[in-house]
Design a protein around this ligand. Sequence first.
Ligand code: UDX
Ligand code: ADP
Length: 465
Amino acid sequence: MNKKITKICCIGAGYVGGPTMAVIAQKCPHIKVTVVDLNEARIAAWNDPDTENIPVYEPGLSAVVAEARGRNLFFSTEVDKAIDEAEMIFISVNTPTKTYGSGKGMAADLKYIELCARQIARVAKDDKIVVEKSTLPVRTAEAVKNILQNTGNGVNYQILSNPEFLAEGTAVEDLHAPDRVLIGGDTTPEGQSALASLVEVYNNWVPRERILTTNLWSSELSKLTANAFLAQRVSSINALSELCERTGADVTEVARSIGTDSRIGSKFLKASVGFGGSCFQKDILNLVYIARSYGLQEVADYWEQVIIMNDHQKSRFANNIVKTLYNTVSGKKIAFLGWAFKKDTNDTRESAAIYVADALLNEEAGIAVYDPKVPESQVYFDLNYLGSRDADKNKTQVTVFTDPYEACKDAHAIAILTEWDEFKAYDWKRIFDNMKKPAFVFDGRSIIDSASLTEIGFKVYTIGK
Ligand code: UDX
Ligand code: ADP
């Protein structure tokens, strides 16, 4: 008989831990869910009486939090207490690409995971099921298990891998009706019993046939593989977008034509200025690193090309702006519509906008940013983090606006970096009238009808056309 779970703790209240736990709490009112984080400001924001102020913007999320918070959903900085109480502990901390030492720029940095494992081992007084939620390199579960078993207080641990497949911007939708839930566990009877406990949690709202169970390693590798395949589709269509621009084909038409082949499928074929987000690049780099460390050079090179293509797409978009603006953007104002890595999120990690801005700032352009959800402080943080120039220079060259019309006023060109729906509804004639002439639009998301912009008088460049 598997153990019936009544108390869950989740370490890490970020883009994955926060929404996932909010939905588990919403769908399982009989389970007490406590989300803990070391970051006091983040926890305070999750506890803000006005749920519109929670730190993660996702359509529908504030309503879920409003429903469950205080009932069976709690946010706290008391990590030890929550670990001690819980029967099941999710690890949902960040696993960024390493910025130092061996595997620098490629491998995942597991220091936060290790710290969590050590903390659990120190605190736990009774048996626990530990669930890896963060995307991790294959065989991390083994490391976690080692730490728990060798430093713990003699209690038993079962480790499960339960990678999260939600996409930002549609997190609540994805969590409510996932294509599948994946759970990996040890093939031992104890492992299978722990696995059944977690299946039971999800089965409160996810049909059983959508809950896939595998061994630990398959589960860990499946997450990296899913992201690598998705990112590969984007790089494939982006590679073709450049060819379309040279040949007169239209990448949207090509995508539609191939997408109707049921073997190919229509999703994830949207040419863009390049994929961003916290997962794709990190996971592929990780895959490449793992392949290299097993001596699989061809496998590593194959997947690395997906990243090379993505970097190329971002830099060719920036180069095209410079080239079109008569080979100089020095002292010119370029308005950026969008800074987030995709629409309906305030997340900017690895956003293409950061890299396009960086390239244009190197050419001494002035940049005016407008994004409906990203605050000014985040824009400067992202540029300063990149470290290409000092913070004062970023502050002088970049201005962040809360009004899109102000951002575009007197600009020589507009670059569309995120596909926010509201951009389509703007009064483009009014924008045109207040810009320097000739007025250019560089649509990196192919969201605005180029014919109507051209009719207004804009000179339009659309990715893949
Ligand atoms: C991704 C995976 O989709 C998700 O399953 C996993 O759990 C986490 O990583 P996410 O990064 O949140 O999710 O967003 P996603 O919708 O996958 O988009 C990633 C990037 O690819 C965005 O920058 C998006 O704009 C870009 N993209 C996506 C394209 O450029 N074209 C497309 O056709 C699809
Ligand atoms: P993700 O997108 O994977 O959710 P985030 O960076 O948004 O990543 O969230 C990870 C969270 O984990 C951060 O808020 C960070 O403060 C938290 N965190 C990292 N290590 C620990 C730890 N040892 N204990 C508690 N929280 C942690």
